[in-house]
Design a protein around this ligand. Structure first.
Ligand SMILES: Nc1ncnc2c1ncn2[C@@H]1O[C@H](COP(=O)(O)OP(=O)(O)OP(=O)(O)O)[C@@H](O)[C@H]1O
Ligand SMILES: [Mg+2]
Length: 394
């Protein structure tokens, strides 16, 4: 079996597209290592296969991670309370961290089981999978060495993943034949070029322009501000070409504000023990967590101001010095562009006006998926042109 993956390994969530997928799949960037298999409550194989990605329990053997063993991954991990691991946004680097490997291997193996089941209607004993993948790491952590290191951790060895499907298990052998790691923020450029009218509606309204689509920007100089959870990238592109030398990043983002907010929340709720992904769950799912949602929103509002100020300072400095005030557009996206808009848009617009540039604030419904959409476009048009068509899912 072959799988092609666009994989944006975020500090908050892994965002994934496979050829032809309509919806981006999101897997929380957390895992939990356990010693014993938990008991099984559901025996309906069809159901278990359908819910597999939200219920990922796998055993991974791979020389690319520190410890072989049993892992709960993503949603399954954050549903538990203690001992959940994620990337430490203050110190970890994505190319050397185990999380990108563990969560990617778990996801791909789970998908292989789903694809086999969808095609054959049964669970095999084992599956062999060849994987082609594109991904990205923060601009501040990316150089030829670090990119190669992450690529090789996937490609140099084969990985054996046992996927538990209720009482059953499937052994999946994964071989990555080609992995390409670029800088976060750069792929998003292609998502802008292929963006629909709707992506630019607010922009056109703000600047009194007629309807445009992404092709409007193919000759433009753009400074990108990709505000993630752990890092914010400041990417520069001229026309269709990213300018890697002038792309930088800082450890700023929603996650830093969230960690501050969790501390504030702990003062009110003694004994509270949650991590960033669990906090994000409160923010993003008000219906599911009405009480915690309101508290979380309240504290995050208080904590986010600092991050907004840091980012605005970075932007002004980088725009005027590193980029000599050349960019015509300031494009802002990433989950942080949603969370920070209320406090940030006005000031960014004022700055842009003062330097005769325009703000392209990507609307909420596109903001988080820009990188993974761009990686998928790269897979289709450059990296895996042949295989892409073969592996299209319905
Ligand atoms: N609809 C939303 N409303 C409010 N906040 C949101 C929304 N969607 C995402 N976020 C927040 O944005 C943050 C995640 O943004 P994003 O997915 O861009 O980060 P990431 O790519 O995982 O992190 P990084 O790029 O630093 O590795 C999370 O803190 C999340 O809670
Ligand atoms: Mg990101």
């Amino acid at each position: 079996m072959k799988l092609i993956l666009a994989n944006d390994i975020g500090n908050d969530k892994m965002k994934i597209l496979e050829p032809g997928m309509k919806e981006v799949v999101k897997v929380p960037s957390a895992y939990k290592r356990i010693n014993r298999k938990p008991s099984v409550h559901e025996n309906d194989v069809k159901k278990n296969v359908a819910n597999l990605i939200d219920q990922l329990l796998v055993h991974i053997s791979s020389s690319s991670i520190r410890r072989d063993g049993l892992y709960m991954i993503g949603e399954r991990a954050i549903q538990t309370t203690e001992g959940v691991s994620n990337m430490d946004i203050a110190v970890h680097e994505k190319h050397s961290s185990d999380l990108p490997l563990i969560n990617t291997l778990g996801y791909v193996a789970g998908r292989a089981v789903q694809k086999h089941y969808d095609a054959e209607g049964n669970l095999p004993q084992s599956i062999q999978v060849e994987v082609g993948m594109s991904s990205a790491i923060p601009a501040s952590q990316h150089n030829i060495e670090t990119a190669r290191q992450l690529e090789e951790r996937f490609m140099e060895t084969s990985h054996v993943v046992i996927v538990y499907v209720g009482q059953e298990q499937v052994t999946v052998e994964l071989n990555f034949s080609q992995v390409k790691v670029t800088k976060e923020g750069i792929p998003a450029l292609y998502a802008i070029f292929e963006g629909p009218n709707d992506m630019f509606k607010e922009f056109c309204k703000e600047y009194g322009m007629k309807k445009i689509d992404g092709s409007h920007f193919t000759n433009s100089k753009i400074m990108h501000i990709d505000i993630g959870s752990g890092t914010t990238e400041y990417i520069y592109s001229v026309g269709v070409n990213p300018q890697p030398e002038q792309c930088t990043g800082e450890r700023r983002g929603v996650g830093h504000a969230v960690e501050e907010a969790i501390q504030l929340m702990k003062e009110e709720r003694k004994g509270l023990n949650i991590n960033r992904q669990q906090f994000a769950k409160y923010i993003e799912r008000p219906e599911e967590y009405p009480k915690d949602h309101d508290l979380a929103v309240h504290y995050l509002r208080e904590a986010r101001i600092n991050q907004v100020d840091f980012i605005l300072e970075d932007v002004e400095r980088k725009y005027t010095t590193t980029l000599s005030s050349e960019p015509e557009y300031l494009a802002c996206y990433g989950g942080g562009s949603i969370e920070f808009k209320e406090d940030m848009y006005k000031y960014l617009k004022e700055f842009a006006d003062s330097v005769d540039a325009k703000v392209l604030w990507i609307p909420e419904q596109y903001a988080v998926d820009m990188n993974v959409k761009g990686l998928d476009i790269l897979n289709r048009n450059m990296l895996f042109t042949e295989e892409y068509k073969e592996t299209v899912v319905m």
